[in-house]
Design a protein around this ligand. Sequence first.
Ligand SMILES: Nc1ncnc2c1ncn2[C@@H]1O[C@H](COP(=O)(O)O)[C@@H](O)[C@H]1O
Ligand SMILES: Nc1nc2c(c(=O)[nH]1)N=C(COP(=O)(O)OP(=O)(O)O)CN2
Length: 162
Amino acid sequence: MKSRKCAIALGSNLGDSLTILKSAIATLNKTPGIAVKSHSSWYQTAPIGPPQPDYINACAILEVTLEPEQLLLALLEIEIKFNRIRQEKWGPRTLDLDLLLYDNLVLETSTLTLPHPRMTERAFVLVPLAEIAPGWVHPVTESAIAQLVQTADCSGVQKMIL
Ligand SMILES: Nc1ncnc2c1ncn2[C@@H]1O[C@H](COP(=O)(O)O)[C@@H](O)[C@H]1O
Ligand SMILES: Nc1nc2c(c(=O)[nH]1)N=C(COP(=O)(O)OP(=O)(O)O)CN2
């Protein structure tokens, strides 16, 4: 299969989040059909949803030779490997991997929506994504990520100094 460019979001707010996120990037890069081309800085972000600890969030650009559903399955398997347990909606988690963009594909199935339906309203996604892919045009809004981030409230998103 021809290789495709994708963007994913990573998040964690349970356990040793920074170590988990770095290991998840390494695991992604070792997964057949996935090459990690770049990742953003790490950001400490205020939680959206029920009261819970702050998150660490980041985004990564992948080159994949997997179909969208295969890629989603690979992401879900990596979440499980890092002990992701699904409890309350938007609750704390060791690892969340969301597929944001798969080339310029627009798709809605029972298991996968592309682009990710809530990415345009989330500063914890747009800020790291704008760092690594400012010119990527969101195929539904037809705005570049650099434009979308300007309309987001970024007050809860802080680049981590390590
Ligand atoms: N674009 C998507 N990325 C990740 N997961 C998606 C996407 N579109 C639909 N889904 C479904 O959502 C659940 C995962 O929920 P989370 O709470 O975000 O982990 C997954 O089972 C997908 O089928
Ligand atoms: N700061 C911050 N807040 C959050 C975060 C996150 O990563 N960072 N993820 C959430 C839930 O994401 P989930 O993937 O479960 O929900 P979705 O299906 O709406 O993406 C809920 N709130």
